[in-house]
Design a protein around this ligand. Sequence first.
Ligand SMILES: [Zn+2]
Length: 244
Amino acid sequence: MYNIIPAPSNNHEPRLPGDPIDLIVLHATVGSYQGSLDWLRNPASEVSTHYLISKDGRIAQLVDERNQAWHAGTSFWRGRTSINRYSIGIELENLTGSRGFVGQDPYTQAQVSSAAWLVGDICARRNIPRDRQHIVSHAEIAPRRKSDPKGLDINALVQQIGGYSGSVEEDVWYVVPQRVNIRQAPNTDAPVASQAYRGQKLYVDAIVHGERLMGSDLWVHMKRMPPYQFDLGFIKLELLRHGN
Ligand SMILES: [Zn+2]
């Protein structure tokens, strides 16, 4: 049992009725504990997290788990976008990437122990499976855009709490309509790179903002997978259905 220090941040919003909370997203701060705590509580930053863990293992709580903290940004995971809606965010104090810091700042044992306890506690309270489908890095839900928490061994953390650290199956999406154009950029003025067909399997690389169409500005950038049936390019998110 750990002592959790209350440090409320107003940078949050209510969750939507019916949204499951079944994902834990791990982050690194790119800065000191105190500086990060101040920033995550500053209304001007418009960012936050549910928990922040210092190098000496202290756990601060900024946002109640019943609310959405603003930690994920543009993100997607297994068919969902706007991952703040479904997740609990945990930041670990770490200097990697911060101004004037060279190299990889290690996570301390006290910090990783606190993180493992907290993740295990959340999983137990919320009945979240202890596996890599439900315990993820910011980099995994915002590839290309984010790389944190760099250097943290999430597989080891999941093992430490008695979970399954093996990889989960590939995230697959299917084309819904008859045939869709794959564009070279996320807008309908961009040249057509190739086409995808109804039922074709696609592997999503990243979700990006582009032309507003069909109710959102979200487009998907495809990952190239063997046997390279199509060129890399962009499809409107709403033309795809998630599934395995
Ligand atoms: Zn992050």
